[in-house]
Design a protein around this ligand. Sequence first.
Ligand SMILES: Cc1cc2nc3c(=O)[nH]c(=O)nc-3n(C[C@H](O)[C@H](O)[C@H](O)COP(=O)(O)OP(=O)(O)OC[C@H]3O[C@@H](n4cnc5c(N)ncnc54)[C@H](O)[C@@H]3O)c2cc1C
Length: 167
Amino acid sequence: MRGMTRREREITDREAILGILDRSKVVHIGLTDGDEPYVVPMNYGYTMDEDGTLKLYLHGATQGRKLDMMRKNPKVFLEMECDLQPFAGDVACRYGLAYQSLMGRGLAVILEEPQEKMDALSILMKTQTGGDFTFNERLVKVVSVIRIDVLEYTAKGRAVPERASAE
Ligand SMILES: Cc1cc2nc3c(=O)[nH]c(=O)nc-3n(C[C@H](O)[C@H](O)[C@H](O)COP(=O)(O)OP(=O)(O)OC[C@H]3O[C@@H](n4cnc5c(N)ncnc54)[C@H](O)[C@@H]3O)c2cc1C
C-alpha cells in the first residue's frame, strides 16, 4: 500500500492497533462496481493473529447492493476510526480533530458453511459487546455473513496538540 504522507502519525504498535479495532465499532467498506464507487458503514468483528494477519466479519441481509457488488468484485477498501476529540486553536487553521484510524485493502468472502457463519457471528458479538454469544443453524440461515481477508493495513493517530484546548 502507498506510504503515509504524515509518517510521524503512523501507528505500528500491535496493542495500539488492537485498541483501534476494539473501539471503532463501525467500519466503512468501499466497493467498486465498474467505475462507480460505493461506501457502506457496518458493524464488524475481528481477529488478529500473532503475525498481524487481520480478518473482519460482517453480517446483514441476504440481498442488497453491497452483496451484489461483492459478488461481482470482491476487492474492498476499509476504514474505521475512534477516539474523536475536537480541539480549539487561537486561529481557525489550528482547530482540529484528534483521532485514531485504520485503513486497508482486502478481499470479501461470502461465507456459506453454517459452522463458519456461527463462529463469525460469535466473533462479531464479542467485538461489539465484549460478551460471549452462540448461534444455531436456523439463525445463520437468514443472514449473510462476510469475511474480509485484510491483505494490507495501516493505522494512524493524531493527538491533541499540547498547546490546544480540548473542546
Ligand atoms: C453505524 C451503522 C452501522 C451499521 N451496521 C450494519 C451492519 O452491521 N450490518 C448491515 O447489514 N447493515 C448495517 N448498517 C446499515 C448499512 O449501512 C446498509 O444500510 C445496509 O447494510 C444495506 O446495505 P446494502 O448495500 O445492501 O443496501 P441497499 O438497501 O441495497 O442499498 C440501496 C441504496 O440505499 C441507500 N442506502 C443503503 N444503506 C444506506 C445507509 N446506511 N444510509 C443511507 N442510505 C443508504 C443507498 O443509496 C444505496 O445505494 C449500518 C449502518 C450504520 C449507519
